[in-house]
Ligand binder design. Structure first.
Ligand code: GLA
Length: 662
């Protein structure tokens, strides 16, 4: 179990370093991420490298028994880089430059940036590949953060090349993007631009490809550095820190290139429901590479600095959120950062060692958690415990949020709504791609799968035929990988399985003063009352059974929710987007129909509050109380921390227990 944080010794005089190490040992720190923003300290000018200080601090850490996750320091080029090579600077869609003076001002496709980064990483890797303190490589930092999309000239050239590689010839691009529309037909790749500011809507295929290109360009930077590290014969695991569900980077594709998944996560301590979003992020991280434990690479010990207002964490909240990660497969808890900065934009950001010193609640909680983690026995690794999977797909995310649709949808929020519904029922859930191996699941929920490639559709179909319960929801299976309608209407691939045909989408809009509209579409059934929002599709039932019909309004009496027995399984179609309560009702119905038990059998019936989580990691069940009230419930096993045999558990707010089931 790793414990530690980002360590930025370059911000401090060297006489502070020995005290840092002493305090780290006191706090139970086992590993620090070193040098993430130290490029200007390592290379103060072109061709000038200073590794002496880095040698000294790595040596001190090693003597102190603290391992190093060594950063490649390429995340924030020093001012001399842009002063000498202004072409490395990124640009927004209007062509305005993002100037230096903050951090991460580089165009990921800039050949100059890449060659300067490569030179730096080469020196670092050659120097430290064999150093016994270095146990991991931390490439760059939060790729794509701050600048989601870059529209610079470097990006333009790289985009054209990327398109040429993807399509081979310009005719294939024209076909994919449907460019006879609005006279957009291209004569050569040299005529194609990034989707910079234009008079009106861009071509959706172009927007989608720009997203793909951006994710690939960032990944290329990571791979370039990883290859340099490997070429120096470094054998340590290589990673870069993810940011939960982060739209610009398709982490399904990235995960294959990570030796270990690491994540940064900052739930708002002031939002009583924010633990659900962090639960989602942690489930996603485990799902990205299920057989390898992941690390929570950054969280805050207390308050942040970057929200408009930054509430402190409540007593115990930091540890409760840490255990939320451990329970979901994390083998390490780290923070941004070790010692609170004295200067700079993040001086109000909490740290493991606060500026106010060690006689502080933060320090007591940090040292307390360090001791607890150190005392934990080894936890099961790579256990596959979920019977429910929710489909979450980046390409779909990009495409469904293109403009000019019947209604604007927030894809992540809709996926998270289903996750929260299952989570509230204390049921374990994984995130998957439509094309993943689904054989271990009994229920697969596929919200708003607007862009559905053939392999994904076939896989979902096979899952249901093999006995799975599959839920497909409104606005799914509409376009191919180029964001073009498929021939034959809508739901063309899954319609026969579901036994329904979609005629139209029926956006639900708030009634205006002049035009009478319809904002919601209610329906009821064995699952209870459900309020449909955003869309109420006009569907025709061909071979399915209707479970619920819209009541009132434009679609009065028309099917809202259907089911069809297929092979050994069942395929459900939901012709609308339920609100949170309705989502919970439908999820509860499906869990019951699929015979899926909560993590701890019978918990809901025992009155376990929705604010208590129950998460399984092999034979270890972690229960965490994120609510404001105490909770007591039956749970038999061995308490991993006290070693005692227990039959029931009482949890005060933010308390948790790890129970090895008997
Ligand atoms: C990100 C960065 C860190 C720091 C934190 C602050 O996660 O990686 O360098 O800025 O945010 O919360």
């Amino acid at each position: 179990m790793h414990y530690g944080g980002d360590y930025n010794p370059e911000q401090w005089p060297e006489d502070v370093w020995p005290e840092d190490i002493e305090r780290m040992r006191e706090a139970g720190v086992t590993m620090v991420s070193l040098g993430i923003f130290a490029w200007s300290r390592i290379q103060p000018a072109e061709g000038v490298f200073d590794f002496d200080w880095l040698d000294r601090i790595i040596g001190l850490l090693h003597e102190g028994g603290i391992a190093v996750d060594l950063a490649t320091a390429t995340a924030s080029p020093p001012p001399w880089v842009s002063a000498t090579y202004p072409e490395v600077l990124p640009q927004d869609e209007n062509g305005a430059t993002y100037w230096p003076g903050s951090r991460q001002a580089f165009a990921p496709t800039s050949p100059v940036y890449r060659s300067l980064a490569a030179a730096l990483v080469t020196r670092l890797a050659e120097r430290y590949a064999q150093h016994p303190a270095v146990v991991m490589w931390h490439v760059n930092n939060e790729y794509g953060c701050h600048l989601n999309l870059d529209y610079s000239d470097a990006a333009q050239g790289a985009f054209r090349l990327w398109l040429e590689n993807r399509y081979g010839g310009i005719d294939a691009l024209n076909e994919a993007w449907g460019t006879f529309f609005w006279s957009q037909r291209y004569g050569s790749f040299a005529e194609v631009f990034p989707p910079r500011k234009a008079p009106y809507s861009h071509n959706p295929g172009q927007l989608l490809d720009y997203r793909r290109f951006t994710s690939d360009a960032l990944l290329e930077c990571y791979l370039m550095e990883k290859e340099i590290i490997r070429a120096a014969r470094a054998t340590q695991p290589v990673t870069t820190n993810f940011m939960g569900a982060f739209k610009p980077a398709d982490y399904w594709r990235w995960a294959a290139e990570m030796d270990v998944i690491t994540d940064d996560c900052y739930p708002d301590p002031n939002d009583p429901e924010s633990f659900r979003a962090s639960a989602f992020a942690r489930d996603l991280m485990r799902s990205l590479k299920p057989d390898v434990p992941w690390l929570l690479m950054e969280q805050s010990s207390n308050a942040l600095n970057w929200r408009p207002t930054n509430a402190p964490k409540a007593p115990g909240q930091m540890a409760a959120l840490s255990m939320q990660a451990v329970a979901r497969g994390a083998d390490g808890i780290l923070f941004f950062q070790w010692r609170q900065s004295r200067a700079g934009a993040e001086k109000f950001h909490s740290a493991m060692l606060p500026h106010a010193g060690t006689d502080t609640r933060t320090w007591r909680e940090v040292t307390g958690l360090g001791a607890e983690l150190a005392a934990l026995p080894e936890l099961p690794r790579g256990s596959r415990d979920a019977q429910v999977a929710i489909v979450f797909d980046w390409e779909n995310w990009w495409a469904i949020e293109n403009p000019d649709h019947p209604v604007a949808l927030d894809y992540l929020a809709l996926v998270q709504r289903w996750h929260a519904a299952v989570h509230r029922k204390h049921t374990q859930v994984d995130l998957v791609r439509a094309s993943a191996d689904l054989s271990g699941y009994r229920l697969v929920i596929a919200p708003q799968l607007y862009l559905l490639p053939e392999d994904g559709a076939a896989n979902l179909r096979d899952f249901a035929l093999a006995g799975g319960h599959l839920l497909v929801t409104a606005f799914s299976d509409l376009v191919d990988e180029h964001d073009r309608f498929r021939e034959g209407g809508f739901l063309t691939q899954l319609g026969p399985l579901l036994g329904v045909r979609v005629e139209d989408f029926g956006a639900l809009v708030s009634p205006g003063a002049d035009a009478p509209g319809q904002a919601i579409a209610p329906f009821t059934g064995p699952f209870g009352e459900v309020t449909g929002t955003l869309l109420a599709e006009e569907i025709h039932v061909e071979t399915a059974t209707v479970l619920g019909s819209f009541a009132g309004g434009r679609l009065d009496g028309r099917p809202a929710f259907t089911q069809r027995a297929v092979g050994d399984g069942r395929a459900y179609y939901l012709a609308t987007i339920p609100d949170a309560a309705g989502t919970a009702s439908v999820a509860g119905h499906l869990l019951a129909e699929a015979g899926i038990a909560p993590v701890v059998g019978g918990l809901p019936e025992r009155g376990l509050p929705e604010t208590v989580e129950a998460i399984r990691r092999g034979d270890v069940v972690t229960v965490i109380n994120h609510g404001a009230e105490s909770a007591e419930f039956a749970l038999a096993g061995t308490d991993l921390q006290s070693g005692e045999t227990v039959a029931s558990v009482t949890l005060a707010p933010f308390e948790y227990r790890l129970i090895r089931e008997s």
